[in-house]
Design a protein around this ligand. Structure first.
Ligand code: PGA
Length: 256
């Protein structure tokens, strides 16, 4: 059985100094917790993580990566550079990138392939919009995202993929998917992966939920079948609330 995993997506909020302060408070609160914990920070803050997390098992990583290998791509940061500063995780295909930067599944697929070359774990975000859901298209949208983003990957490479189911309408809105909706999405994802690959791989791919998860609602999700953890946005900026969420998820108790 794979460990549970909770990852913070801190987005474009903290400066390097603020990340240092965050980690000073956060690390002692979660260092002994019985689950994998990670944070994904802006590129400029990765070295702070490298230093602060040297003695810790907390994972760290980036929120994006270039789809290209190397060369004249002004402003881009490649997978080799991320691996070089010790990243283990890279979020790819977040809905904010799909929406605001018109990121396509084919580009996300290239990013995943770059990550694989450097042994980085991709946290692949997929999810339907409100309109998709209302139109009864959730199933179709999730399967298309999986097919196109994982295109050309070998089964043994899936061990370096984590899938984050993040319904677009639940991100940063305070509105969460219901346990039933999440359970349905997980089963769509698992069926699609076993259709493309095999049934045996499915337990090696962790599936997270993301979208307005907080200490107040995390208990509702604990019993969801096959849910391996969370991708947490807003709450991951607050060391105390984020650690509380993690402890509530793992051992049902709030404060350490
Ligand atoms: P949220 O963000 O927890 O603030 O809704 C989740 C995410 O964007 O990954």
């Amino acid at each position: 059985m794979l460990n549970k995993l909770v990852v913070g997506n801190q987005k474009m909020n903290l400066t390097a100094n603020q990340t240092r302060k965050f980690l000073n408070s956060f690390v002692p609160l979660v260092d002994l917790v019985n689950c994998d914990v990670g944070i994904c920070v802006p590129y400029t803050n990765i070295n702070v993580c490298k230093k602060a997390l040297k003695e810790s098992k907390i994972l760290y990583g980036a929120q994006n990566v270039s789809e290209f290998e190397k060369g004249a791509y002004t402003g881009e940061v490649n997978a080799q550079m991320l691996a070089d500063v010790g990243c283990q995780l890279v979020i790819v295909g977040h809905s904010e990138r799909r929406k605001m930067f018109s990121e396509q599944n084919s580009q996300i697929n290239n990013k995943i392939k770059q990550n694989l070359k450097y042994n980085l774990t991709s946290i692949l975000c997929i999810g339907e919009s409100k309109r998709d859901r209302t139109a009864g298209q959730t199933d179709k949208v999730l399967c298309k995202q999986i097919d196109e983003c994982l295109s050309g990957l070998y089964e043994n490479e899936l061990e370096k993929i984590v899938i984050a189911y993040e319904p677009v309408w639940a991100i940063g809105t305070g509105q969460t998917a219901t346990a039933k909706q999440i359970e349905e999405a997980i089963s769509i994802i698992k069926n699609e992966i076993s259709r493309i690959y095999s049934k045996s791989i499915i337990d090696k791919v962790r599936i997270l939920y993301g979208g307005s998860v907080k200490p107040e609602n995390v208990r509702e999700f604990v019993k969801i079948k096959n849910l391996d953890g969370f991708l947490v946005g807003g709450v991951s900026l607050d060391a105390s609330a984020f650690s509380e969420l993690i402890h509530l998820f793992v051992d049902g108790k709030g404060k350490k």
